[in-house]
Design a protein around this ligand. Sequence first.
Ligand code: BGP
Length: 482
Amino acid sequence: LSTLLCVTLCAEDLKFPPGFRFGAASAAYQVEGAWNINDKGENIWDRFVHTKPEYITGAATGDVACDSYHLWERDIEIAKELGLHFYRFSIGWSRLLPTGFANYVSEDGKEYYNKLIDGLWAEGIEPVVTLYHWDLPQSLQDLGGWTNPLIVDWFGDYARIAYSLYADRVKLWLTINEPLTFCDANYNIGTLAPGIISPDHGAYLCNKYTLLAHAKGYRIYDEEFRPKYHGEVSLANHLTWFEPWTEDDEELAELAIQNCAGRYSHPIFSKEGGWPPSIEKLMTENSKKKGYLKSNFPAFTKEEIDFIKGTYDFYAMNHYTSRIIRKAKEGEELRPWPVGDAPDLDAVMGGLPDWEQTSSYWFFVFPPGIRRQLVWLKKNYGDMKFLIMENGYSGVEELNDQKRINFYESYLKELLLAIKEDGVNLTHYAAWTMLDNFEWMDGYSSKFGLYQVNFTDPNRTRTPRASAFYYKNIIKSHSLDV
Ligand code: BGP
């Protein structure tokens, strides 16, 4: 009845389902610092920031970042202050395995994550662990990184070691964070480490071997660890939502969604598996246009399709932004990815004038996108457990960050509608992020933190923003009615 009486959501509707869990997400390279401490191995971000500083705003590095390697206890205190139910962090592959390979486990790395996991549990906060958040050991990159099929085994070995050390206390695992972002930005235009430009080959090989590596990581857990520990595993996909510019662009918008969401979802979550047929067709046509004899989009064998299919226990989505999209006009010049348009689709993309532009060049605020994306996933891949594993707002330094509060309120409202009106089984929400941190190519110029971090202070003092109190109240009341 309340729904009928209310124009928008009413108090009752603003409640999250019992058992719904709130958290925050982070990534090793973005917060830990201590890049060369003890026996930690060099990773591709260490190498990238030290050799190609011109790629990063202010030539910033993650050498110290938030210094969470030393300040992990303060981080747990903050997670407790916020009342988080879970804290998502990633393991630094080369911190745990300095050579990148399984021949040698760092005692120091092992203990660091042990302390973090135990410290979180001591405060009743569940650790959620990502195995790979973009910091490949440099030793593996030197052998081709994600374009070398052997990465599937290297990742499998690393995953097995991480499970054997922590699966007794970690029940929720994400194998890989955002293949779309790191494959396309690593190997397409070279803006993320290792900064290799190979759009027609590197990016696609990375797509394929990332999916196979994820599947390997999933299957190892499933066969060797699940019987004892009963945890759950999936990967986290970055999904941008696409709206058609006009009715004529509906098919194109669907193709763009397939190219973003489908490329990393269809092989895992669809009944038939393999690449989305529309994307395979598009890539073949594009290869021909570019003069290749055959498609340079790497095909899967039947065995590979079966190996990847079904390797999930839930769908984890990172979502920030949306685009409107239209076909390029005859002779229209496309702005290069990722700032502008979509050459693969011969399409122009952007935000509408009333979509707020955040401090990140790629990020327009469009709250309905998050709900529409979830509904699309449910429609395409069926009913399952959905988790938001990243969502947040990039702004500036100010402590009174009303715009971030507005962002969280509007996106969370859409999630409540997805749960209540569309029947989406959404169980977790992770804010990106708890602390200002090293935001990849933006260095420290872009702030996503609920807590401000003073990066000029050797103690890396953390100070709550207004949004931290807002998020804390939401968690406490389990409702948006705060
Ligand atoms: C996600 C990444 C995060 C985080 C966030 C903000 O794609 O998983 O690691 O960085 O985006 O993005 P950016 O740092 O590019 O502004």
